[in-house]
Design a protein around this ligand. Structure first.
Ligand code: ADP
Ligand code: MG
Length: 175
C-alpha cells in the first residue's frame, strides 16, 4: 500500500449476511460508470456480495445469479448491471470489445469471474477478491485499481466488521 493512500483493505466475514453487509456499506460510494470485479472460487460469495451491493443501492428486486443471461439489470439509486462469466465461454471475448457501453456508463457494473477478461478489464475498477468457501470465514480483499476508486475503501470505517449474526435483523428484512 502506498503511504497515505487507501488503496487496499481486508475484511473478514463469517457468514453470507456479513458479506452482504460489507457490500452494502461499499455501495454508498457508488458512482455512475463504476466497475467492480468479483473474483473467487465457485461458492466464495460473489453473488452474495452482488445481492448486498444491490440492497445498498436500493434495488428491491431479488438479485440472482445471471449465469444464463449475459447481463442482468436492476433499478436502484443507480442502475446495477450484473454480469457472470462463469458459463459463458466466448462471452469474455464479446465483452472485451465493448466492456462498458453507454448504458452501463449510467450505472455500476459488477462482474463475477472478471479475471476471465484478463487484459480487457480496465485498471479503473474496484477488485473484490474473496478467499474461502463452504462454512469457512471469508477473507475479502478490496483493492482500488486507481485513485478514483479509493472512495470505496474510504467508505468503510477503519476497523469495520460485520455485526455478529445474533444482533442482525432476520433474513428477508432488507440487508
Ligand atoms: P459465488 O457467486 O462466488 O459462486 P455464491 O454467493 O453464489 O458464490 O455462494 C456463496 C455460498 O457460500 C452461499 O451458499 C453462502 O450461503 C455461503 N457462505 C457461507 N459463508 C459465507 C460468507 N462469509 N460470505 C459469503 N457467502 C458465504
Ligand atoms: Mg455467483
Amino acid at each position: 500500500m502506498i503511504e497515505g493512500r487507501t488503496l487496499e483493505r481486508i475484511v473478514e466475514t463469517r457468514d453470507p449476511a456479513g458479506t452482504r453487509a460489507l457490500a452494502g456499506v461499499l455501495a454508498v460510494a457508488a458512482r455512475p460508470g463504476d466497475l467492480i470485479s468479483l473474483v473467487g472460487e465457485l461458492g466464495a460469495g460473489k453473488t452474495q456480495f452482488a445481492k448486498g451491493f444491490g440492497a445498498g443501492l436500493g434495488v428491491t428486486d431479488t438479485i440472482v445469479s445471471p449465469s444464463f443471461v449475459l447481463m442482468a439489470e436492476y433499478r436502484g439509486r443507480l442502475p446495477l448491471f450484473h454480469i457472470d462469466l462463469y458459463r459463458l465461454a466466448g462471452a469474455a471475448d464479446a465483452l472485451a470489445g465493448g466492456l462498458i457501453d453507454e448504458r452501463q456508463g449510467e450505472g455500476v457494473t459488477l462482474i463475477e469471474w472478471a479475471e476471465r477478461l484478463e487484459d480487457a478489464m480496465p485498471s479503473g475498477r474496484l477488485d473484490v477478491l474473496i478467499e474461502g468457501t463452504g462454512d469457512d470465514p471469508r477473507r475479502i480483499v478490496l483493492r482500488a485499481g486507481d485513485a478514483g476508486y479509493e472512495r470505496y475503501i474510504e467508505a468503510l470505517p477503519v476497523g469495520w466488521a460485520p455485526e455478529p449474526a445474533a444482533e442482525r435483523a432476520p433474513e428477508g428484512s432488507g440487508l
